[in-house]
Design a protein around this ligand. Structure first.
Ligand SMILES: [Zn+2]
Length: 237
C-alpha cells in the first residue's frame, strides 16, 4: 500500500553499500522506519533531503507483515541545513528529534505532536532559540504526550502550600514536604518553580532558569526510561 505524507526525517544511517535506513514521523501515519534504496546516488528521488530535521512530502510503500517501509520519493520543503546556522539551533533541533524518535510509538498517528515538531523546526530555521523557547517546546511536547507536568500543586496530594518542594519524576511534577519522597527526587528552588508554572498558561517567563533545564531533562528521561544524548551535547555549549 502506498502512502503520501508530510514527514519530518528523524534519523538516518547507512544501510549496505548504497541505501539509507531512515526513521521519520509522518502526519497521517505516525513514526516509521524504512529503506531508501540507492539514496546516496538518487538525487532525483530524494533530492539530497534525507537529513535529520528536514521536512517534506514523502511517498512510501508499506507491505503487510514487513516492518520496514520502502521510501519512494522525498520532496524537501524545509531543508535541515537551514537549522545549521548555530550550535544552539542544532542542539535544540536534535533534542526534539531524539525525543520524538524515542517517545513516539511506531505507526501511531499524532497530528498535534507532528504539527508542534514541524512548527519548532520552522521556528529554528528563522530564529535563534533561547533556553526559554526550548523549555516551552518541551513543556508542550510533554503535554501532547499525555504527560503534562504538575508544577502548581503537589502532584501526590494536591496541596498548594509547602515550605519545601521536590521534583518527582514518578509523580510527574512537584511533591510537597508532607508527601512521601521517591528515589531520585530533588529539592527545587522557589524561583525555578515560579518559572516552570508559567508554561501552563501558554506564556513565556522573562528570565532563564538553569535548574528548570535539569527538571525537563529529568522528567523526559524518566518518561523514556533512558538517557537523551542530545541534552548532554546541549549542556556542553
Ligand atoms: Zn503532597
Amino acid at each position: 500500500m502506498e502512502h503520501q505524507s508530510k514527514a519530518v526525517i528523524l534519523r538516518t544511517s547507512d544501510y549496505g553499500e548504497a541505501d539509507r535506513l531512515v526513521s521519520f514521523f509522518a502526519d497521517n501515519f505516525g513514526k516509521a522506519k524504512g529503506v531508501a534504496k540507492n539514496a546516496k546516488r538518487s538525487n532525483k528521488r530524494f533530492g539530497g533531503g534525507l537529513e535529520p530535521g528536514s521536512i517534506g512530502r514523502l511517498r512510501f510503500a508499506e507491505k503487510h507483515g514487513v516492518e520496514l517501509v520502502r521510501l519512494e520519493e522525498f520532496a524537501v520543503e524545509t531543508p535541515a541545513w537551514k537549522v545549521a546556522a548555530s550550535l544552539e539551533k542544532l542542539a535544540s533541533l536534535y533534542i526534539a528529534l531524539e525525543i520524538a524518535e524515542k517517545m513516539l510509538p511506531p505507526a501511531f498517528i499524532s497530528l498535534p505532536r507532528f504539527k508542534l515538531l514541524q512548527r519548532w523546526i520552522i521556528f529554528l530555521a528563522e530564529n535563534e532559540p533561547s533556553l526559554i523557547h526550548r523549555h516551552a517546546y518541551l513543556y508542550k511536547w510533554l503535554k501532547l504526550s499525555g504527560l503534562e507536568p504538575v508544577f502548581d500543586k503537589c502532584a501526590a496530594c494536591g496541596r498548594s502550600a509547602s515550605a519545601v518542594w521536590r521534583i518527582s519524576a514518578s509523580q510527574g511534577g512537584i511533591v510537597c514536604g508532607n508527601c512521601r519522597s521517591f528515589p531520585g527526587d530533588k529539592i527545587i528552588q522557589e524561583n525555578s518553580l515560579k518559572y516552570l508554572k508559567i508554561f501552563k498558561f501558554d506564556k513565556m517567563p522573562n528570565n532563564n532558569s538553569a535548574e528548570a533545564d535539569e527538571v525537563f531533562k529529568f522528567l523526559i528521561e524518566h518518561a523514556i526510561g533512558n538517557e537523551v544524548k542530545s541534552f548532554a551535547v546541549a549542556a556542553r555549549l
